[in-house]
Write a protein that binds this ligand. Structure first.
Ligand SMILES: Cc1cc2nc3c(=O)[nH]c(=O)nc-3n(C[C@H](O)[C@H](O)[C@H](O)COP(=O)(O)O)c2cc1C
Length: 196
C-alpha cells in the first residue's frame, strides 16, 4: 500500500505541511509506505492543452511533473494539502492538477495506458485558511471532489482547518487528529473507505 502526500504550500513547515505530516504518519502507522512531494521544490509548468498526451499518453512538457505522474500511478492513495490563496488553491497545486490531463484521452476517459492503474485510486484533501470560517476553502473541495466524481477516483474526504502564522496549526489537536485519521483511511483497503 503506497500513500503519496502532495504539499501545495510553498511554506515548508507551515500549516498545510504540519497537517500533511500528520496524515502521512497515520498512513505509516496503518502499514503504508509513504512519500511526500513538495510542489514548490519542483519545476511544474502549466498545461498547454497541446493534446499530445491524448495520443501518446505522455505529457509533451519535459519537467518534474513527468516523475510525479509515475508516482501518482504507483500510489494507492494520494493526500493533497494546500492553503487557501485568494479563495482558491495555490498556483503550485493548480499547475499540478491541470497536468493530470496527461492521464486522459481526447474524450476525457482514462487513457488506455493508465485506466487499470487509475481505477480505485483514493484521493484525500487537507485545506488551511487564515479565515476562521473554514468554508472559504469550499472552491478547492469543489475542484477535487468533482475531479473524483468525473473520473471515478474514490473520494476519501477532506480536513478543513484555520490558521495563519507558520506552524500555528500545531496547537490545533483536533485538526491534527482528523488529518491523522485521513491518512489512516488512505492506508485502508478500498472497502473500508467511506465517502463523505
Ligand atoms: C497569497 C496569499 C493569499 C491568501 N489568501 C487567503 C484567502 O483568500 N483566504 C484565507 O482565508 N486565507 C488566505 N491566506 C492565508 C493562508 O491561507 C494561511 O496563512 C494559511 O495558514 C497558510 O498555510 P501554510 O502555512 O500551509 O502556507 C492567504 C495567504 C497568502 C500568502
Amino acid at each position: 500500500m503506497k500513500v503519496l502526500g502532495i504539499l501545495g504550500s510553498p511554506r515548508v513547515g507551515g500549516n498545510s505541511d504540519v497537517l500533511l505530516e500528520q496524515a502521512l504518519r497515520g498512513a505509516k502507522d496503518a502499514g503504508a509506505e509513504v512519500e511526500k512531494i513538495v510542489l514548490s521544490q519542483k519545476k511544474i509548468s502549466g498545461c498547454l492543452d497541446c493534446g499530445r498526451c491524448n495520443e501518446a499518453g505522455v505529457c509533451a512538457i519535459r519537467d518534474d511533473m513527468l516523475e510525479i505522474h509515475q508516482k501518482i500511478l504507483e500510489a494507492d492513495a494520494i493526500i493533497h494539502s494546500v492553503p487557501v490563496y485568494f479563495w482558491s488553491m495555490t498556483s503550485q497545486m493548480k499547475a499540478y492538477l491541470d497536468r493530470w490531463c496527461a492521464f486522459f484521452d481526447a474524450d476525457w476517459n482514462w487513457h488506455k495506458a493508465y485506466s487499470q492503474r487509475m481505477k480505485g485510486k483514493r484521493i484525500g484533501l487537507i485545506t488551511v485558511c487564515g479565515d476562521p470560517d473554514v468554508s472559504v476553502a469550499e472552491p478547492i473541495l469543489y475542484s477535487f471532489k468533482n475531479t473524483c466524481q468525473f473520473t471515478g477516483l474514490k473520494w476519501m474526504g477532506a480536513v478543513q482547518a484555520s490558521a495563519s502564522a507558520k506552524g500555528e496549526i500545531d496547537q490545533n489537536e483536533a485538526a491534527k487528529k482528523k488529518a491523522y485519521h485521513l491518512g489512516k483511511k488512505g492506508a485502508a483497503s478500498q472497502k473500508d473507505t467511506a465517502k463523505r
